[in-house]
Ligand binder design. Structure first.
Ligand SMILES: Cc1ncc(COP(=O)(O)O)c(C=O)c1O
Length: 401
């Protein structure tokens, strides 16, 4: 049985019929505002700084965040996907966006939008980010797994297409590009092929989680690897991004969902109206400001990409450090830790991980239990100084094995 993509049949009926929450301030923004049961005396803080004053923290935040969305779309439109080079483009607009409390909220929201608990399924490609499985379990949605190819850690196009076209209860595919823990960009052409084939044969969404997209070291001045600018071309495509990585703002919790304006309408209807706090949006506006924040972010990314190379080279000079597993498209790398015979070993990797954390105050991540990641430690790229210390401690702990 095959089905074409049809958004209205995909969205759960309870969401389709949802009346978005409205507040009086959608219509009236000025005057004596006594409409939202706020405390008009002000925030219960003994001192309010000048910065806090400007935020009007006693008021509910803006539910729509159009200024922030505008900056985000301008930034992504600046360098469209390289695939769009030769075709006419429908640029991103603010109505393609839904903002969330980190992309973790976006992951959960998409599941709740289309998957009926205890009936529908979603597909992931291990090794992959752990929150997909947690959100699936919380929503009582079965997880179907089609591993990434090995050793390339790329999309297994045939297997994914075969699986979704045989099982209409699969409603979502979560791809991570660049991957976590693989740090490997999935081939854009493979995802496009899947989007096109799936559109004709399957009613579901392909979600590309681009948490690490700014670290792909795309040297092209004019185009990028991000698929966010393709959502108006492909209605079955959803792209997730976050300010937690390249923007260095994991603490403010801001995630971005890019999708067709039709799907975005439903996502925005579902979300808690005030999910983006005034503190978060104020910082996010500064970070995505084209004249200030963006250049700071770009400089950090440049530095991290340089350090990534140095870190890997230094690690690989050490005895018992084997291959770099996966790719070099993120702000972390994964390396194999070897036993005495030169084989990747979870036992040795775990020992090293513990010794580093317990006795040397350096915390990395053991990822050896992930599919095709035996013996793997995942290391975030730090500052030059942090990386130098990490290498010294690695060397010391390896000699103690
Ligand atoms: C692939 C991937 N997606 C999403 C996230 C979560 O991002 P956020 O901080 O925006 O919730 C992470 C965090 O590590 C990640 O690795």
């Amino acid at each position: 049985m095959t089905a074409e993509f049809e958004l209205k049949k995909l969205i759960r009926p309870n969401i389709l019929g949802l009346e978005p929450y409205r507040c009086a301030r959608d219509d009236f923004k000025t005057g004596i505002l006594l409409d939202a049961n706020e405390n008009t005396h002000g925030p219960a803080l003994s001192k309010v700084s000048e910065f806090e004053e400007t935020l009007e923290l006693n008021r509910y935040p803006d539910p729509h965040q159009i200024d922030l969305k505008k900056q985000l779309v301008d930034f992504r439109n600046e360098k469209p996907n390289e695939y769009l080079k030769n075709i006419s483009q429908d640029k991103l607009r603010t109505d393609n966006l839904c903002l969330g409390v980190g992309s973790d909220e976006s992951i959960d929201m998409l599941i709740r939008c289309v998957c009926t608990p205890a009936r529908d399924k979603m597909l992931v490609c291990p090794p992959t980010y752990g929150m997909y499985s947690i959100c699936a379990t919380v929503n009582d949605v079965e997880l179907v797994k089609v591993p990434l190819t090995y050793p390339e850690f790329d999309l297994d196009y045939e297997q994914v297409l075969n699986t979704i076209t045989k099982d209409a209860s699969i409603k979502l595919i979560y791809l991570t590009s660049p991957g976590n823990p693989t740090a490997k960009l999935i081939n854009v052409s493979g995802i496009i092929k899947l989007l096109e084939a799936a559109y004709k044969n399957w009613n579901g969404l392909i979600i590309v989680d681009e948490a690490y997209i700014d670290f792909t070291d795309d040297s092209s001045e004019k185009t990028s690897q991000s698929m966010s600018t393709l959502v108006n071309q492909y209605p079955n495509l959803v792209v997730l991004q976050t300010l937690s990585k390249s923007f260095g703002l994991a603490g403010i919790r801001l995630g971005i969902t890019y999708s067709s304006s039709d799907l975005s309408y439903y996502l925005n209807s579902m979300k808690y109206p005030y999910n983006i706090s005034s503190l978060t949006s104020s910082v996010a506006l500064r970070a995505t400001n084209p004249n200030t924040g963006l250049s700071t972010m770009k400089n950090y990314v440049k530095e991290i990409i340089q350090q990534r190379k140095v870190l890997l080279e230094n690690l690989q000079e050490l005895d018992r450090v084997g291959r770099n597993i996966g790719g070099l498209d993120a702000n972390f790398i994964a390396v194999e830790i070897l036993d005495k015979d030169g084989n990747p070993s979870n036992e040795v990797a775990n020992k090293l991980y513990n010794n580093l954390a317990v006795h040397n105050s350096v915390v990395v991540r053991f990822r050896g239990k992930e599919l095709n990641f035996t013996g793997a430690l995942r290391v975030s790229v730090g500052t030059a100084e942090e990386n130098k210390t990490l290498i010294e401690k690695f060397k010391k702990c390896l000699s103690e094995l």
